[in-house]
Design a protein around this ligand. Structure first.
Ligand SMILES: [Zn+2]
Length: 101
C-alpha cells in the first residue's frame, strides 16, 4: 500500500466501507497534529521524538495518537448530526475542551 496514491487509498476505503455497509465521513485534518485532543490547546513539539507536550494538561502524547483522537472526535461529532450524503467534507470545529481521553 506504500505505493498507493492518497486517491487510491481513499477509493479503496470507500469501496470496502460500501461493501460492508459502513458510512465514510471526511473531516478536515487541519490542526489535528498540533492541537491537544483532550483540551484543544496548542501542543509544543519535541524535536527529538514524535511526542508532543500539552502545557495545559501537562502530558506528553504521541503525535499520531493525538491526531487520530482528534480525527475520531471530529468524525463522531459529524456522525451525530444529520448528513446530507454518505461522504462529505466536514468543516473544522474546535475540539470540545470538556472532553477527556
Ligand atoms: Zn491538553
Amino acid at each position: 500500500m506504500n505505493s498507493w496514491s492518497y486517491y487510491e487509498l481513499q477509493r479503496q476505503i470507500e469501496y470496502k466501507a460500501r461493501w460492508e455497509g459502513l458510512k465514510v465521513i471526511y473531516v478536515d485534518a487541519r490542526g489535528t497534529s498540533s492541537l491537544c485532543a483532550a483540551c484543544g490547546s496548542k501542543l509544543n513539539s519535541n524535536s527529538t521524538n514524535r511526542q508532543l507536550w500539552c502545557p495545559k494538561c501537562k502530558i506528553l502524547i504521541d503525535r499520531d495518537v493525538n491526531a487520530a483522537r482528534n480525527i475520531l472526535a471530529r468524525g463522531l461529532g459529524s456522525a451525530l448530526t444529520p448528513q446530507p450524503c454518505e461522504a462529505m467534507v466536514q468543516e473544522w470545529r474546535k475540539p470540545n475542551p470538556e472532553s477527556r481521553w
